[in-house]
Design a protein around this ligand. Structure first.
Ligand SMILES: [Zn+2]
Length: 411
């Protein structure tokens, strides 16, 4: 088999494309492959498919391809240009690359696969692409994925906020809770942010939303009530956010009490912070004795903790009515605890109770997107390479958007 035939087969080239020449330069570690097209071929206009005659050939174009063994491999060709009676002179697309790209489809897709596994710098090292090239391939993949994506509002939405960088700047994530994907990333966490998402759909389309999980955050509540029909039945306050209010109250009680005790030379609460915040069954064995000792001291923190733990039972109910009854009892206990932070947290929950109880109908929470959270954590760790928020948002869509990212040959 001749080298040209060999490469023709490797590249899977079909008529009218064929390999004219292959050159190996062992010193610079390159294989260059020249491709040409058969003469006398009938072409069609890429715009309208009308049969058109060959006009001329473009100047030589070069694409980076997958390596041949350890050698960087490049394809060269002069692309045919046709003259359409309606569209004038148009260039024919090479079947091995997207228009305008300097990489073959296979190379782009290899870079995409590598980007899924590691950061942009690592991808560059593994594929031989520069940082800018690898990033450009990621951006194009996201654009491609978004273009192919059906514009449709998911039935079960999760709205969550994510901080960007260390300063208090936020992005709002809109997640499809059924697919476990990020639908879009919105700047900031204001009412306008979320309205920007809802705004692309009609009232009827928004009416198809069955439920929306979110934190008790006024801006999200406001925009959802404003735009989603029957929102009051559909908003479900995320159970983990709800629990966090009470957990934070426990921590407040502990801080205040620790300060008071320390002033009297009592260090009982020292180093116990995380014990009170964890679910009891998650406390490591080697700390359990310490925890049971400090619990038996009859401190305010211990009482606050018991109230927090008992709220967990609330979520186990199957029926809204029973859950509501349980909450009422819990609320009475919490508000009679004489622990100010706990009372305040209980009142916040009471105020939002109707949309906490919707959980028992819809059974959704943002925990369904836990996989997304851990991925975003990883993205953040790699974020030193992201020069700005736009890049950060694109990376989230690349990794969590469930998009069809791959470059494909023309159909
Ligand atoms: Zn045409």
């Amino acid at each position: 088999m001749r080298d040209t035939e060999f490469y023709q087969a490797l590249l899977g080239l079909k008529d009218p494309w064929r390999v004219r020449e292959v050159r190996l330069d062992a010193d610079s570690g390159r294989v260059d492959v020249w491709i040409e097209f058969a003469r006398g071929m009938k072409w069609t206009c890429p715009e309208c498919d009308q049969e058109s005659s060959l006009y001329d050939r473009s100047h030589e174009r070069v694409w980076r391809h997958l390596d041949t063994c350890q050698f960087g491999t490049y394809l060269h060709t002069r692309l045919p240009r046709v003259k359409c009676p309606d569209h004038g002179v148009r260039q024919i697309r090479a079947p091995w690359a997207e228009p305008g790209s300097r990489f073959t489809l296979l190379y782009e897709n290899r870079v995409i696969d590598t980007l899924k596994e590691c950061d942009v710098t690592g991808t560059g090292r593994l594929t031989g692409a520069s940082w800018d090239e690898a990033w450009g391939i990621m951006e194009r993949a996201v654009t491609r994925g978004l273009r192919r994506k059906e514009v449709k509002v998911p039935e079960y939405l999760g709205i969550d906020e994510k901080s960007f960088a260390k300063r208090h700047r936020y992005e709002t994530l809109v997640c499809d809770l059924v697919r476990g994907t990020v639908e879009c990333v919105l700047e900031d966490r204001t009412q306008e942010s979320l309205e920007g998402y809802y705004g692309q759909f009609s009232k009827a389309e928004l009416g198809a939303i069955k439920a929306v999980a979110m934190d008790m955050w006024e801006a999200y509540i406001g925009s959802t009530k404003e735009l989603v029909p029957e929102a009051e039945k559909k908003i479900v306050f995320d159970r983990f956010h709800v629990t966090r209010y009470v957990t934070e109250a426990v921590d407040k009680v502990r801080r205040q009490e620790h300060k008071l005790l320390k002033a009297q030379g009592d260090e009982s609460l020292k180093g116990t912070k995380h014990l009170w915040l964890m679910n009891q069954e998650n406390i490591p064995e080697w700390r359990q004795e310490q925890f049971s000792d400090v619990k038996n001291l009859n401190l305010k923190t211990g009482r606050a903790w018991a109230i927090k733990e008992s709220l967990r039972g609330f979520w186990d109910y199957s029926y809204t009515k029973n859950a509501e009854k349980y909450f009422k009892r819990w609320y009475f206990w919490a508000t009679h605890s004489r622990l100010k932070p706990i009372i305040e947290a209980a009142k916040t929950l009471k105020r939002h109770l109707p949309n906490i109880l919707t959980y028992f109908k819809h059974r959704i929470s943002n925990a369904l997107t836990e996989g997304i959270n851990s991925k975003i954590q990883t993205i953040k760790q790699m974020a030193c390479g992201f020069r700005n928020r736009t890049n950060y948002r694109k990376a989230i869509l690349f990794h969590c958007g469930g998009l069809d990212l791959y470059a494909r040959p023309p159909s």
